[in-house]
Write a protein that binds this ligand. Structure first.
Ligand code: CMP
Length: 138
């Protein structure tokens, strides 16, 4: 599945009413929405999703933040999806995100950075499967 990536619209962006605008940017960016859902992560589930960051100093705050309100999860499709999506969203730190990127437009901080994007094809598949079964992908 080299043509797919996974994203979450993070709690503050959902809470602030940016879900529709961000999904529109994603579709305008040439992505097809393969799967989509709004869900509240428990701290346990958020912790599991970000388990690779368990030893990082920001892990506990990140888990608290990601379970503070509903997120919108999606699987997206386009050629070179992982790379293309990372270009569309911009740098993790919004202070470094390029003009016109989703994070430049909607991120508030390095933690509340509006959206997640998978960093590899392998993680895209793992992260997509964390939220979606085969009967939820079209
Ligand atoms: P994301 O791309 O979802 O992956 C890990 C998340 O940790 C990141 O976005 C941010 O929301 C959060 N985070 C908080 N502080 C940092 C940091 N210093 N470096 C990287 N990620 C951070």
């Amino acid at each position: 599945a080299t043509n797919r990536t996974f994203t979450m619209i993070k709690p503050d962006a959902v809470q602030d009413g940016h879900t529709g605008a961000i999904l529109a940017d994603i579709e305008k960016g040439g992505f097809r929405i393969v799967a989509l859902k709004k869900v509240l992560l428990t701290p346990e589930r958020a912790g599991k999703f970000y388990e690779v960051h368990k030893e990082r100093p920001f892990y506990n705050d990140l888990v608290k933040y990601m379970s503070s309100g509903p997120i919108v999860a999606a699987i997206l499709e386009q050629d070179n999806a992982v790379t293309a999506f990372r270009e569309l969203i911009g740098a993790t730190n919004p202070a470094q995100a390029a003009e016109g990127t989703i994070r430049k437009k909607y991120a508030k901080s390095i933690e509340a950075n509006a959206v997640h994007g998978s960093d590899s094809d392998e993680n895209a598949e793992i992260e997509g499967s964390f939220f979606f079964g085969a009967d939820e992908r079209f």
